[in-house]
Design a protein around this ligand. Sequence first.
Ligand SMILES: NC(=O)C1=CN([C@@H]2O[C@H](COP(=O)(O)OP(=O)(O)OC[C@H]3O[C@@H](n4cnc5c(N)ncnc54)[C@H](OP(=O)(O)O)[C@@H]3O)[C@@H](O)[C@H]2O)[C@@H](O)CC1
Ligand SMILES: Nc1ncnc2c1ncn2[C@@H]1O[C@H](COP(=O)(O)OP(=O)(O)O)[C@@H](O)[C@H]1O
Ligand SMILES: [K+]
Length: 522
Amino acid sequence: MKMVNSDQIKQLDNIAMESFCIPGIVLMENAGICVFEEVLKYIEQKENKEVIVVCGLGNNGGDGFVVARHLFNKGIPVKVFITGNPSAISGDAKKNYDIIQKLNIDIQILVGVNNLKKFSEVVKGCGLIVDAIFGTGLKRDVDGFIQEIISIINKSEKGIISIDIPSGVGASDGKVYGLAVKADKTVVLALPKIGNINYPGADYAGELIIKDIGIPKAAIKNMDLNMNLITNDMVKGILPFRKRDTHKGNFGKAYVVAGSTGMTGAAILTCEAALRSGVGLLKIPVPQSLNTIMETRLTEAITVPLPEFKKGVVGISDFEKILKTMEESNVIAIGPGSGNSRELEELLRNILEHTSKPIVLDADALNSLANRKEFLKLIQSQTVMTPHVGEMSRLTELDIDYIKNNRIEVASEFSKKWNVVIVLKGARTVVAGPNGEIYINKTGNPGMSTPGSGDVLTGIITGFIAQGIEPIKAAVAAVYVHGKAGDLAAERIGEYGLLASDIIKELPITIKHIVEKIKINA
Ligand SMILES: NC(=O)C1=CN([C@@H]2O[C@H](COP(=O)(O)OP(=O)(O)OC[C@H]3O[C@@H](n4cnc5c(N)ncnc54)[C@H](OP(=O)(O)O)[C@@H]3O)[C@@H](O)[C@H]2O)[C@@H](O)CC1
Ligand SMILES: Nc1ncnc2c1ncn2[C@@H]1O[C@H](COP(=O)(O)OP(=O)(O)O)[C@@H](O)[C@H]1O
Ligand SMILES: [K+]
């Protein structure tokens, strides 16, 4: 599903109006009806059916007037509060304001302290508040007076439904501009905005309900939007169909260069995840002294024991042997638990120089690149890098806070600069491709902030690429599957004791559900 920022949704509205002759007031009517339907659903189950609609002076407020009209027509008690002087209301919003005035709907203008006291009293008596103060047109920090209104709404302990985006959250970045409404539900109009998905704004949205308001699909196509929200359907479309008449040779060969003394677990998690993602054959080079551990734990993988030039690590001295196996593989993963060493850096350089096979670079491979930035120019286009924010900071030398606040931009710029697929991990993982394409993942939960969780992701990406999926699509499918498996694990056992191996356990059923399109309650 496409995602938009504030300018893009404005442009899209204009295309719908100008190129497809859909009047703006029709879109506003559709938007208002979508919200009205959600309001009805909410109050149906409640005893107190009085609704307060708090409207700003722009089109978000206009949507609010439409909601109020439909509630009034249905005989539901409704009061409208306007957050400023209505003389500033214009265009379609003004037309809808005029209608509710003619209908004699109870409208009150919020200016001055006394009014706020009265507002506070009315709020106490209502059953539900509709937040139509600001939508995608929020431009600056919310001023003090409106912050007070938002504060009364947030403290009310009433149901809150926001129109399009909780007022106070920036549609283009998800930042909170001073103070924002904390909604139970947000009815998102047409397409999700970045601010509906990115944190911290996403925390204010409650349940997201995305509604079609009649913007033609052709208008969306015309826009050539580069930002996408990863959905079940998207991932189902990426995962390969498994023919009945087949054999393991059709599901690819993966080669995982991972693990060292003290960190065999990382290698095991990566390999198990790749196997549980459907790879046909998996080989792992291991220092001789670690071979027994790997063989004992990885029943289905093939280990390739290597002479130990440096005890317990795989390094440059093993390159010739590694190269031979690499040539037989469809994809190589490097880094989980490999340890930081000069040997690994040199091995990485040689691997990058000698293969055009897809490569997944994680953990210590990323640290090696951060130490030896001159190797970045050796990276070929089939490469996926999976940094978390700390690794991204080491790679780019950008401040961690800057990266956190600009996740999409940082991932995209790095991807374009080095012609590589970037998976910038964390809550709302960003996958960025060199052509400017961006995918944002909504699955996953804080229980996944646990050791080895990233190694599992590397295994899934590797397993998918081995099965013939193009690297960027493999990354997109993998982050979704990884998060969904984590959500399923959290549903079963909770977030606190969730381990990376629990994510792996849920991989087969998660993939089954995605492919068969069964709703997972997580
Ligand atoms: N055809 C369409 O376009 C459709 C649009 N739709 C709806 O329109 C919404 C977008 O509407 P929008 O562009 O009018 O902006 P909106 O969010 O109402 O806010 C603008 C107002 O807020 C004010 N303001 C801004 N920041 C402020 C601050 N910090 N503190 C105080 N004031 C501030 C700003 O004042 P100004 O900055 O101009 O002085 C202006 O008055 C969108 O989210 C969706 O709900 C749907 O109906 C479908 C059809
Ligand atoms: N709060 C969260 N919401 C969603 N996903 C999360 C959350 N916390 C962590 N994750 C996911 O878990 C993984 C953690 O990876 P990483 O930081 O590399 O851990 P490790 O190095 O221990 O393997 C990433 O894929 C990340 O996106
Ligand atoms: K709103």
